[in-house]
Structure formats: C-alpha cells, structure tokens
Design a protein around this ligand. Sequence first.
Ligand code: HEC
Ligand code: HEC
Length: 286
Amino acid sequence: MLGGFASILFVLFAVQSAFGNDVQRGEYLTRAAGCISCHTDGKAGGKPFAGGRGLKTPFGIYYSPNITADPETGIGGWSDPDFLNAVKRGIRPDGAHYFPVFPYTSYTQMLDADALAIKAYLFSLPTVRQKNREHDVSPPFSWRWPMMTWKLLHFDEGDFSPDKGRDDEWNRGAYLVNALAHCGECHTPRTLDGGLDWSKWMAGTEDGPDGDAAPNLTTDNKTGLGWTDEQLAFFLKTGTKPDWEEAEGVMGEAIIDGYQYLTEEDRRAIARYIGELPAIENHIGG
Ligand code: HEC
Ligand code: HEC
C-alpha cells in the first residue's frame, strides 16, 4: 500500500529530476497545461500571458485576463493560496466565481506543488502592464453568482487520485491528460448550460472551442480515433496525422505552444491512456 503510494508520487514527480528548479519545472507544466494559448492574444501580436484573447463560446466572447506578475493589471499581488484558489477551485481573491471557460474543472486535479511551480514560472517572466478587457457576454451568462449553482452541478473539486489497479505509465498519462492537458474540455460535448456531458467523455463534439468540431478520441471501432499509440504520440509532437493532414485551429495551437515540448515518455503516457479509453459510439463530422 505504502509502496504503491510512493511509486505514484515518484511517477508524478519523476519529471522533476530532469529540471534544475521550480521555475523550469513550472515552464514544462505550463506548456503541458496550455496556459499560454488562451492567455496570449497571438493574432494581435499580444505579449505572452498578458491576456486579451477572445474566446468564442455559445454564450458570447470571454476575454482572458493578464496573468503576468504586473502588480496592478496582472496577478503580481497574489499569494500562493490566491493562485491555488483560482486555478484549482475557480475562486477569485475577492470570493467571486470564475466562468468555466477557464478550465479549472480540469486543473482542480493538479497537485498543489505543480500549480505553484507554474506560479513560480509566471512570476519569473517579464511583467506586462495591460488592463483586462471586459467579457462580451449578455446576462445571465455575464453574472458570476449563478456559477455557484453551476459548480454544484458540474464541478468536481479535488486532486488527481491515481488508480492503484493501473501501472505508473497509465497513471502518469491520466494525470497529464486530465489535470494538465485538459483534452476532455475540448473533446467532450457540453450540456446546454456549458457543463461537460460525462456520458460522452472524450467522445468528441460537433460544437467545440471556436465552433470547430473536435473528433471522438475513444476506442469505439466505428466512430473512435483508431490510431496506434505511436501515431498519436507522433501527432502530439509534430501535428501530423497518419494520413499526413496537419492539426488545425486550436489543436494545432495546443501542439505548437505546448504538447511538442513534452518529453517522449510523457507523450507516450498520454497516448497510452487515450488508447485505453472506454469505447463510446459518437459520430463526428460529415
Ligand atoms: C481555455 C482557455 C484558458 C486556458 C487553457 C487557461 N485559462 Fe486562465 N483564464 C481563462 C479565462 C477566460 C479567464 C477569466 C475567467 C473569468 O473571468 O471568470 C481565466 C482566468 C485566469 C486567472 C484569474 C486571473 C484574474 O485576474 O482574476 C488565472 C490566475 C489564470 N486564468 C491562470 C491560468 C493558468 C495558470 C493556466 C494554465 C494552467 C490557465 N489559466 C489556462 C482562460 C484560460
Ligand atoms: C483547445 C481545445 C483542444 C484541446 C485542449 C485538445 N484538443 Fe485535440 N482537437 C481539437 C480540435 C478542435 C480538433 C480538430 C482539428 C483537427 O483535427 O486538426 C482536434 C483534433 C485532435 C486529433 C485529430 C483526430 C483526427 O481524427 O483527425 C487528435 C488525435 C486529438 N485532437 C487529440 C488530443 C489529445 C490527446 C489532447 C490532449 C493531450 C487534445 N487533443 C487536446 C481541440 C482540442
């Protein structure tokens, strides 16, 4: 029992040994978690992590905030508990609730030490003075207080808990996919009020981020991904699919900004975990 627990801790922290300090480990985890894509207004030439990127949803456009360490317009004044409350619980320092377009629904599974390494990395970067832009969303979707009820319905708070019946590689894959890379936030259909439809976990959606379809990643024979683990690991590294098509849109970005920087072992662990998802039939696309 104790042995199993120690071994899981070893797996989750294994990556630590490859890095000199928290800042470098934080950079790696930030890549895996895709923070930069959402918090940088790349199209308008915005500075990294200064926010202002518009995120299209069925409810309107939400703009990401500045998460550089600027004390006035960013999060420079935040304590460690402030940061953990935001990233893992969706709670603002003043107690208000964040909208789930910020995927804290996945990040809640992150270990505190990993979340704080991300903070250390963000705080090591140049600060950017840039005011946050207001969301372009109409009531009731612009109101924060209904998020309390939303969270009761759709938010399962809590750290990742390893499956002791599975080996270390599978558990590392599960942690990377569910706590960091948040594949399921894009590859799962949502309910009308924006919660994830758990009965179709990873089974794809016609109406993903930016209105693009995200394919079914499960092992269903007819409608699932149908790639080998090697093909998926190669795709996460290069953006190239087995049929030589390239990853598009937000998937391309997730690879370019993030997944391509992971170690071979971590990409293989992700592919292994995805390659063993339970089959769910759900046909996506023409
Ligand atoms: C899918 C897009 C997306 C991703 C990925 C994302 N964020 Fe955000 N984040 C947002 C949006 C949008 C908000 C604002 C939510 C709101 O106003 O309720 C936000 C809010 C925040 C806040 C609160 C800032 C403030 O001023 O209140 C912090 C801190 C934050 N994100 C950090 C992170 C970190 C760290 C990561 C990576 C681990 C990350 N975000 C990944 C979209 C994203
Ligand atoms: C920000 C949203 C987002 C995230 C996060 C995301 N995906 Fe995707 N993914 C998409 C979209 C949209 C597409 C469709 C575009 C394309 O095929 O190039 C896609 C396409 C794919 C494809 C191509 C499938 C096919 O049949 O062509 C694979 C495989 C894939 N994603 C796996 C993953 C894995 C594994 C993760 C997590 C490590 C992940 N995705 C995270 C949005 C996302």
